[in-house]
Design a protein around this ligand. Structure first.
Ligand SMILES: NC(=O)c1ccc[n+]([C@@H]2O[C@H](COP(=O)([O-])OP(=O)(O)OC[C@H]3O[C@@H](n4cnc5c(N)ncnc54)[C@H](OP(=O)(O)O)[C@@H]3O)[C@@H](O)[C@H]2O)c1
Length: 331
């Protein structure tokens, strides 16, 4: 039994709260693989969970953090041994199991992914759920017929974690990317990641018509609401829109026209619970042909557990810029 520090979230008679606590490995959620965590990351969902502004946890208390990467210190499953490097994203972390914001995490072996050779632990958490989601979106779009020849891919919420990684990943995979962002001051940065055009979301005037001149081969939408409704009429025949986020709202007011006249597909992206074979496929791409070229610049902050509350607030205020990783412990 080992004593360690974790950012733990409670919801009880004293209210909803998260903070650093000392706990013991015996108290961690069950699983076959005990891991000493090196890095975690901060995703929008972590900010919702850490502040209580979204209902993410389904039981309390739990350690926050939907991502974790570290080194196995004990395993009752023969597939893993002491010293193996592993990562985990989603997979019920910080929903029904203790997450990555603790110096130790216990994982069911089915959710522990061996760290691919071409990634180090830090890089795997710069990617984290954000990179996994961007790559899963590309995988699903391509499975449904997306090709670079259909035209540019619009990426909304482009200055955020998923957005920046999507620019890099889609560009690397041969697509022309048009970034949609509310932060015009960062357009040069988004271009340096590969975006060939940057569109100011505050200047975007969607026509509101059921159909409009097609200008995008497809889209990855992080924003939802009016953004998603506005993008659908602009997609070329048989293009795909992957919807993965709701930073701008959960509503969707649209018509059937893009779907029945242009054959546009709306693909739902839910990274958290996806099957292991797809999970491995996505990580294989992220460590090879889709590995982003600018990870060192997309990671804009490296913080300690104590700094999480401040990062959560900024994220929920729409002030994200790239990826924040959390240095949890030294392995
Ligand atoms: N489905 C899944 O499996 C999955 C996985 C990961 C993330 N997500 C979702 O994807 C979204 C992005 O996640 P993230 O971790 O990348 O978050 P993030 O780093 O905070 O990025 C969110 C970006 O969305 C834009 N934005 C924020 N508030 C907005 C508003 N009110 N209206 C329009 N745009 C707004 C901002 O970009 P600009 O200023 O550049 O416009 C912001 O940088 C979140 O909604 C998250 O929940 C879903």
């Amino acid at each position: 039994m080992t004593t360690f520090q974790a950012f733990r979230i409670h919801n009880d008679a004293s209210g909803y709260r998260g903070g650093i606590e000392t706990m013991q490995t015996d108290a961690l959620s069950p699983g076959e693989v005990l891991v000493k965590v090196a890095y975690s990351s901060v995703n929008y969902k972590d900010a919702l969970a850490g502040t209580g502004k979204g209902k993410i946890l389904r039981q309390y208390p739990l350690n926050g953090g939907i991502d974790a990467a570290g080194v196995v210190v004990a395993s009752t499953d023969a597939h893993f041994k002491e010293g193996d490097k592993v990562l985990c994203t989603g997979s019920s972390l910080s929903e029904t199991r203790d997450g990555g914001y603790g110096e130790y995490i216990r994982l069911p072996s089915q959710w522990a992914i061996p760290l691919p050779d071409a990634l180090n632990l830090r890089e795997s958490m710069i990617l984290g759920t954000a990179g996994f989601t961007a790559a899963l979106s590309l995988l699903r779009m391509q499975d449904n017929g997306q090709t670079p020849a259909l035209g540019p891919i619009a990426v909304s919420g482009a200055s955020g974690g998923v957005g920046m990684l999507a620019i890099d990943i889609f560009t690397r995979a041969g697509y022309d990317v048009h970034a949609i962002s509310g932060k015009a001051a960062h357009f040069d940065f988004l271009r340096s990641l590969g975006a060939t055009e940057c569109i100011d979301r505050h200047q975007l005037a969607f026509s509101g018509k059921p159909m409009d001149s097609a200008r995008f081969g497809g889209a990855l939408d992080n924003v939802g609401g009016a953004m998603l409704a506005g993008l659908l009429p602009l997609i070329v025949p048989y293009g795909n829109v992957a919807i993965c986020g709701n930073a701008g709202g959960i509503g969707l007011e649209s018509t059937v026209m893009p779907f029945i006249i242009r054959g546009v597909s709306l693909l739902g992206i839910a990274s958290a619970g996806i099957a292991r074979d797809i999970r491995e496929q996505v990580w294989h791409h992220l460590a090879s042909d889709w590995k982003p070229r600018h990870l060192d610049r997309i990671v804009t902050r490296e913080i300690a557990l104590e700094q999480l509350p401040e990062v959560f607030e900024r994220m929920l205020a729409g002030e994200s810029f790239g990826r924040t990783i959390v240095r949890v412990g030294h392995v």
